[in-house]
Design a protein around this ligand. Sequence first.
Ligand code: HEC
Ligand code: HEC
Length: 405
Amino acid sequence: MACRYGIGLSLLGLLAFAGCDAPQAEFKPNLLYTRAKLVKSNRDLHKAEVRVQLEDIADILTALMGTPDDPRLPVLPNVDLGSHLQLDQLRRAAGAVGSTQAGTEHGLYRQHCVHCHGITGDGLGPTAPFLNPYPRDYRRGLFKFKSTPTTLPPTKDDLHRILREGVAGTAMPSFKVLTEDEREALVQYVMYLSIRGQIERALIYEISENLDVGERLIDLSLKTKDPEAFQEQLDVVLAIAADTVAPWLEANENITEVPPPPENWNTAESIAEGKRLFFTSLASCSKCHGDLALGDGQTNDYDEWTKELQPGDEDALAEFLALGALPPRNILPRNLRQGVYRGGRRPVDLFWRIKNGIAGTPMPAASQELTNDQIWHLIAYVRSLPYDAIALPRNYKPAVPRERL
Ligand code: HEC
Ligand code: HEC
């Protein structure tokens, strides 16, 4: 019915219609985390039971967050999501691609991001398998290049910087050509997809850790039968959602302060001190980045997204791959002689990378014993490396093919 109506209107030239065969966009359930937590765990839930739980989660998420075509903002206890996300901005980023008569584009996420990051923000768009690194799966709320400590969400400014600059050395492009306003809508939509994905994970976790077998998160039939029990269930779900949202709203208060560099920073003396530190067990940079800083030290580790697929367990991995996971690849430490910094090349960016580490990757936060001045000297050394001629030993063979470094 709606379809015929659409065609009728488009014939009148009033509406550009997407076409009746266009499949309805839907958020996909997080089957990988469900498998890890509910199917093969100390829970080991039966298939039929998992199905009921997944349906409940889908209903809860739709009620709280809406759909890819019609996003919603939940009203949650003690958190004011509206201070960070506005429905009109989300609507501009969501939905099908098009523009208003005044020329305002909407459907920005589907136009610019979806083929890599996927409708659900799971990093599983059709282009994803061909990229290295893979596009970010937003659903853990875990972002790499930010001004806040590892475990905390990025600020809006951090996400704006990513969209403006892209991620150098990866497929993630710069969106400088968009307007500031369009980027704001997209930043909000990334936050929206992250929060949605995090709530979903938290609900799966709640089932796996805190519910008895057979017990449900929300049972709609209780609404009339036993309103008190229903309200109790609802309160638990809303509290989980509120806990997920709160750190996003506090991100600006948690920005890691960057002190000014020491007087002698970036002098020969400072670079030499950075070099000395690079090889100490206190900084342990050379352990991963290698003695020549070519990124060929520890090369057999995985990032956090990949670790969840249990890459060391062949049978488990096969099941995750069958559910749509992308094949695991080792994460390589950066080749610091190339001078390509994914998180930005300003000294302040490198300070945040080294002080806080890179979330979701093996790159650790600096030891508490490393002073800020020492971090600045390390930055001076790192920044000198692309200009530092190295003589490779005659029998030098990189641990990984040179083109991958
Ligand atoms: C051609 C593929 C591609 C497109 C298109 C793309 N991205 Fe990405 N994106 C990536 C890849 C690859 C990464 C991972 C980079 C890494 O891990 O270093 C990434 C990472 C990100 C990150 C995470 C940065 C961090 O600090 O962890 C954000 C946020 C992001 N993209 C947002 C977007 C948005 C919004 C759009 C659309 C406006 C978009 N991307 C379009 C490939 C893409
Ligand atoms: C346990 C392994 C490990 C240690 C120790 C380590 N790194 Fe890293 N480092 C990595 C990995 C892995 C990456 C790539 C992360 C990614 O995917 O972006 C990285 C990335 C980097 C980057 C690139 C940042 C960017 O924006 O692209 C710099 C700079 C860096 N490391 C410097 C250092 C310094 C300096 C030290 C010592 C204080 C150090 N690392 C210690 C593993 C390590």
